[in-house]
Design a binder for this molecule. Sequence first.
Ligand code: HAM
Length: 412
Amino acid sequence: MILSNPKGTQDFLPQQSRQKHWIETKFRETVALYGFSEIVTPVFEHTELYLRSTGLSTDIVTKQMYSFVDKGNRELSLRPEGTPGVVRAVLQYQLKLPVRLFYIGPMYRYERPQKGRYREFYQLGVETIGEAIPETDIEIIEMGNRFFNNLGLSNVITKINSVGCPICRPKFRNQLKMFLDKNLSDICEDCKVRAEQNPLRVFDCKEEKCQDIYRDAPKITDNLCFDCQNHFQVVLNELAERKIPFELNKMMVRGLDYYTRTTFEFVLTDSKELGSQDSLGGGGRYDNLVEDFGGPKTPAIGFALGLERIMLALGAPTSIKKLVYIIPLDSNAYQHGKQLVSTLRNANIPAMLNNPEKNLRAGLGTADTLSCNYVIIIGSNEMNKKVYTLKDLVKRTQQEIPQDKIIETLKL
Ligand code: HAM
């Protein structure tokens, strides 16, 4: 039997699970301030959903989907991202618009694993469906920033661009195609294919020689139609006014087909931990997706954050757990300890009792292994004086507490 997890997956051991839970709680608190409610959609959907939204020419659809045919001959795929499933559900249940939804859950992409890039990874995502005004873009970006600040991550900047709309993009596409045709002999093989299928995607290329050439290429940001230009300018002005750190990046086109107008990524400014996987999250407008799915014309915008990348950026979690470990030193104290452990649990204080066959030293060792924050020692001395010896393993202090004051002391 293979005793290891599949390539590209991760186990969240208790310490990491605690940190994951903490991040998710901060996320829930932050998005609630902006009126978001939770939606839970399936981990697999009909494959067609992703072909029609994420996009036929994207890496996600062409190379990274976990697709399979089930026993009923249905073509299904593990979700590579959350947006299509959420939009599908909004249409299926005809949710009243506008609606602000958030989700937390695993996504699946068959990628080459490396630090910060996995085949199973968690996203924390939001989708606002039915709001067209640029103020919504600003609120969403501000919310992302507020979340990172709430986590204590102050080194995150928003890279932002506009990718236009079906009015300005086709004209620009032709202009870019002409530029690429002129440089065809100098760009990489992948970009030659991109130039044919989806020219804007060339800006995603990681090859340095291609990037050098594209610096002189025409940019969509400089070729927006009047409405897209106005929308983008309001977003940029207001971000500056609200002092949200951002950087215009005209080469950023994002790797999904449904984007229109504002697109953005939350990037670590100092990415020692993450190297090239420095994008903690990304998103943008997708004003045509609902219509592409057969719904009415409905503007939308959202983003998704990578949970594992946030964990890497935060660094190793602190190991302290709110747990009291009770060590009785004899059988009389053990009987007392049994009552105490249940009294503490009844008062909502997590507690565990040492195995009576284990001595003080072994008990302290277990408390350490379990990362407890407190140890209560009960011996004959404590029983006679009606006190407990309370060790604070974080502050490294020890004191005697009257037995009837233990709950209020632990709750402080
Ligand atoms: P995305 O840029 O493909 O956008 O993914 C968003 C974030 O998910 C990335 O910035 C990264 O932090 C994380 N992520 C992506 N792939 C991996 C991976 N293989 N391993 C670890 N983390 C990863 C979307 O998924 C869009 N649905 C976002 C969106 C929502 N746009 C509008 N609404």
